[in-house]
Design a binder for this molecule. Sequence first.
Ligand SMILES: [Zn+2]
Length: 253
Amino acid sequence: MNHTQLPLRSSRNTLEGRRLLVIGAGGLGCAVLAALADSGAVLVLADDDRVDLSNLHRQILYRQDSVGRDKLDEAKRALVSLGVEEQRIELVRSRFLPDNARSLAASVDLVLEGADNYATKFLTADACYLERRPVVHGAAVRFVSTVLFSAPGARPCYRCLFEDVPPGAQQNCAEAGVLGPLVGFAGALMADFALRALASDEPLAGKLVSYSALEDELREITVSENPACPLCGKNPQISRIEETRYTAPSCAA
Ligand SMILES: [Zn+2]
């Protein structure tokens, strides 16, 4: 199916029989889940955090009385109220970690990564590459949101763009802050990429969309593959998940 043939009035059952892993039930995860609620896919949610009052402005599945409760329980409640059957919601009460990354990635058809830290973003990229799963990476920090699609068996990957944790990246999203609507924008775009990747034949490998609210600028680029990429390059150094590679304390919404 061509991208232009995707249903416009509803995405209901467009992804029937597919399984999607949503890493992080924060702002990006909430927006992704709301946008894919009627897609028919099985939604697998991985998180171990609780709802915090300071995040309510961007975590649209939660309410004031969700504060202090498990995000997964509150996300499930909200999804059921949106019409998602309980059997289409699977809760993984853990963060995406080196010891569960590959098995979780292998258990789904596509991964949506809305983590708030670089370590998890790199772990997602590596696990998805090794398990040959498509992955949509999302990020929103301060006034900029960015979404990148990486296809299985096709270059480039996340590490072609960000080889490793950027220097000075210790500031986390809670410290940096983020404009709430930008998170919703990025999450909706992540969901759109998932629909296009699984329900159309549109080539998306390496497509990156970035929006800056400061400059009112929406940019789309295709990321170039990096021949020296440690994951997908000519002489890759990453062929398995080693826990020590993902201990950097940095963060990126
Ligand atoms: Zn690469």
